[in-house]
Ligand binder design. Sequence first.
Ligand code: B12
Length: 208
Amino acid sequence: MADLKALSEAIISGNRDEALRLTKEAADAGVAADKILNDGLTAGMDVVGTKFKNNEFYVPEVLIAARAMNAAMEVLEPLLAEAGTKMKGTVVLGTVKGDLHDIGKNLVGMMLKGGGFNVVDMGIDVSPEAFVEAAKKENAEVIALSALLTTTMPQMKNVVDAVKAAGISTKTMIGGAPVTQEYADEIGAEGYAPDAASAVDKAKELVG
Ligand code: B12
């Protein structure tokens, strides 16, 4: 008997083996892949995100939960593809040029995946041209940029400008410790979020 509540609890507690077992069990029992994703994995990651926002969970707990989610996603991804499940949208994600910090960016990527987005992670030190090229290739709704250095923040504006110059409709969302809503407004980025959980809400808002 598939137990999606137990699956979301396994995600919240970061129990990878249990998450994997329950995902396989639900799939074998014939539960639709999108139901397993929404009512099991995403439901669990939603709780993780809320706890993280409320300082009840810290980075290690989120990473452990995301590891459990990633293991379960390996089982689920082919099934989702087979069923033609539509993801919420595609986000091209990366840390801007000159910046090597990726812990926060990775958390954002994991939470976005948990929230049902297709995430194309470009890694660190990504040029504006590479962001635009990937957004075109992937038909991305959102480009999400991370910067941790005050010296690399201006690269975010370069990406926003490059998106505009390319004439594509992809929206830009920015974040990272030194970044603020005020800065997003100043450079013309459509979105800003202070943490990984809010990044999911903002991405949903941006894809409409
Ligand atoms: C770990 C770390 C490193 C590691 C990075 C390892 C890695 N793989 O990421 C290493 C050792 C490589 C490093 C190097 C450097 N670092 Co460093 N580093 C840090 C440190 C200690 C933690 C950053 C971190 O991971 N935080 C935890 C994550 C979870 O938080 P976060 O990144 O803010 O992400 C959250 C939000 O901001 C948001 N978010 C993040 N990205 C995005 C993106 C989007 C789209 C959205 C919506 C949200 C979002 O969601 C995340 C989760 O909630 C900080 C200090 C600190 N306490 O912040 C300094 C710090 C960022 N580093 C600093 C500096 C100066 C450097 C160096 C220049 C040091 C040097 N002289 O060599 C180099 C620069 C290298 C480079 N070119 O990038 C300074 C920056 C100062 C400044 N204002 O510019 C800091 C603040 C330290 C300090 N107090 O001086 N660093």
